[in-house]
Design a binder for this molecule. Structure first.
Ligand SMILES: Cc1cc2nc3c(=O)[nH]c(=O)nc-3n(C[C@H](O)[C@H](O)[C@H](O)COP(=O)(O)OP(=O)(O)OC[C@H]3O[C@@H](n4cnc5c(N)ncnc54)[C@H](O)[C@@H]3O)c2cc1C
Length: 511
């Protein structure tokens, strides 16, 4: 994509009258950008942080039919998510794969024959397109499980899974498109704007979060894909809607993957009819997630002591080997945007709320607000929004397909502790709009997720490599040094604090 550099992209953004501006480049914004570019629209995609820096970097990466929604008899959601899952497995070969999962009933939980019947219903609702579920008394991961709590065997069933990571999945939708009239700008906030009836056009005021510079973009229509910030963006522009979001925080902890852990395990929790995952991902296993209602996005994106305690409590109840705070190698936190009516003020357990997506077209101005949604179903989401836009007066008809940029061969390099080579920093800067340490360590690669202490290593032993990356990313030694200092400080203040690692004065972390 970024074959034009950032400066050129800003120039193009302010000189073009786009058909559509998308605010927010999580999975919803990115898949819509792909769909609209493919249909020949001129599109600008804007994110205040990096692409996929919100909830779309914190998911379980499952492409699934919504098994849990059977507990509320939400058959429609299950049928729709199952269809989306199966299409994604079929059509996104290389990005989404089939994946067997093992559901581990709780010894004191629901009647397990009833549970098995629910799996059959789940399978039938997906028109038998997946492997038939089966109850197995013994299986390879048996030795990982605490049999005092789980002695009923496991139910093997089939779902889908993202192949690399949710961030890469988002990025792949975006980097396909780099033709004229296709502009994707990360680290660019939409701070204000207004609609001109005379010009039939929105003016969006933009701020480059990296330099502080102001600019603007113009578009016939705006689609608000700002996830948990969508209500704020609507308020900013005076857009009213019959819906709003409520927020459910979800935290995963990663530990070193146990030998032989290949199939994801889903433990029945008993309490609140929820589940607890132990999900192999590269060299780690993800444990979680939590499900906690929070009042604001700010409150939700930082893991807290209570989250870690919950995750450890269940790990030690469900798994055979004890897990301590110091075994945690990474934490990932996101907030589920859940759509409710504007008048909603109840206090339900978040899992009881629908995970559907909803789009609302403003009655007066060419503005579409989007709510909810999941990674599973993103292509269906994008098609529905694009169809709605196509019907709208004020959004031009097709301009003809634009040329797409070819990224060519990915250049790779190694990073200590990573199981395989990662895309090189130079390549990511040139081709993928990689701008900050976090962009590279967290979203262009899995370094901060797969190596300890967000890539720093247990004793800061990876600091020299991180300093080298910073030199490539920031203008001048002082800026690079500051970026590294800030990164280390953040890891110490969040990750080390929560996992009981104490920092000695020389800067090394000790358990
Ligand atoms: C713990 C957890 C596990 C999950 N597991 C799964 C799973 O296994 N499978 C699944 O299908 N779904 C899963 N989900 C749900 C899924 O991850 C989310 O529904 C999805 O990522 C939301 O995407 P989004 O694009 O709506 O929001 P986001 O990814 O949050 O994107 C919104 C973007 O808008 C940007 N933005 C906001 N305001 C502005 C502004 N003013 N200007 C510019 N940009 C702005 C933000 O920076 C952000 O990048 C999970 C969610 C959680 C929390």
């Amino acid at each position: 994509m970024n074959l034009r550099n950032r400066e050129e992209l800003f120039t193009e953004a302010s000189n073009t009258r786009f058909d559509v501006a998308i605010v927010g480049a999580g999975i919803n914004g990115a898949s819509l950008y792909h769909e609209l570019c493919g249909r020949g629209y001129k599109v600008v995609l804007l994110d205040k942080g990096d692409f996929a820096c919100g909830t779309s970097q914190a998911s379980a990466m499952m492409v699934w039919g919504g098994l849990l929604y059977l507990r509320n008899f939400d058959i429609k959601a299950v049928v729709e998510f199952s269809l989306s899952r199966d299409r994604m497995i079929e059509r996104l070969d290389g990005r989404v794969r089939k994946q067997s999962f093992r559901y581990i009933p709780d010894s004191n939980g629901r009647n397990h024959w009833l549970t098995l019947s629910a799996f059959y219903l789940y399978w039938i609702l997906s028109s038998l397109r997946r492997e038939q579920p089966s109850l197995q008394r013994s299986f390879p991961e048996s030795n990982l499980i605490n049999h005092d709590e789980h002695n009923l065997g496991g139910i093997l069933f089939e779902e889908g899974m993202l192949n690399s990571s949710d961030c890469r999945f988002v990025l792949d939708w975006i980097t396909k498109h780099s033709g004229e009239g296709q502009v994707a700008l990360n680290h660019t906030s939409v701070v204000d704007g207004a609609y001109s009836k005379k010009d039939k056009c929105w003016r969006l005021d933009l701020r480059d979060q990296l330099t502080g510079e102001e600019s603007h973009a113009r578009a016939a229509c705006v689609v608000n894909c700002a996830g948990v910030w969508a209500d704020r963006v609507n308020d900013q522009f005076g857009i009213e809607s019959p819906y709003k979001h409520v927020f459910s925080k979800g935290v995963f902890a990663g530990i070193k993957k146990a030998a032989g852990h290949e199939v994801p395990l889903i433990f029945e929790l008993g309490e609140l009819d929820d589940t607890y995952l132990c999900l192999p991902w590269g060299p780690v296993s993800l444990l979680g997630p939590t499900e906690t209602a929070v009042a604001t996005p700010e409150e939700g994106f930082t893991p807290e002591q209570g989250d870690v305690e919950y995750l450890l409590h269940h790990a030690n109840r469900r798994l055979a080997a004890p897990v301590a705070a110091s075994d945690i190698t990474m934490l990932r936190t996101g907030i589920r945007p859940l759509v409710v009516d504007r008048s909603y003020d109840a206090d339900e357990y978040p899992l009881d709320l629908s995970r559907r997506f909803q789009l609302v077209e403003d009655g007066g101005k060419p503005w579409v607000s989007t709510y909810g949604g999941k990674i599973t179903g993103c292509a269906q989401f994008a098609r529905k929004v694009a169809d709605a836009l196509a019907k709208r007066a004020g959004v031009p008809k097709l301009n003809g397909a634009h040329a797409n940029g070819a990224l060519g061969q990915v250049e790779t390099e190694s990073f200590p502790g990573m199981p395989e080579a990662v895309p090189s920093i130079d390549w990511c800067v040139r081709n993928e709009a990689c701008c900050t340490l976090d962009d590279y360590l967290r979203r262009r690669t899995n370094i901060s997720q797969w190596t300890s202490r967000e890539g720093l290593g247990e004793d800061n032993e990876h600091l020299p490599q991180i300093e080298r990356l910073a030199k490539r990313l920031y203008p001048g030694q002082a800026a690079a040094d500051k970026a590294v200092r800030d990164y280390v400080q953040r890891v110490e203040q969040t990750f080390d604090r929560l996992t009981g690692r104490q920092i000695q004065r020389n800067g090394t972390a000790k358990n």
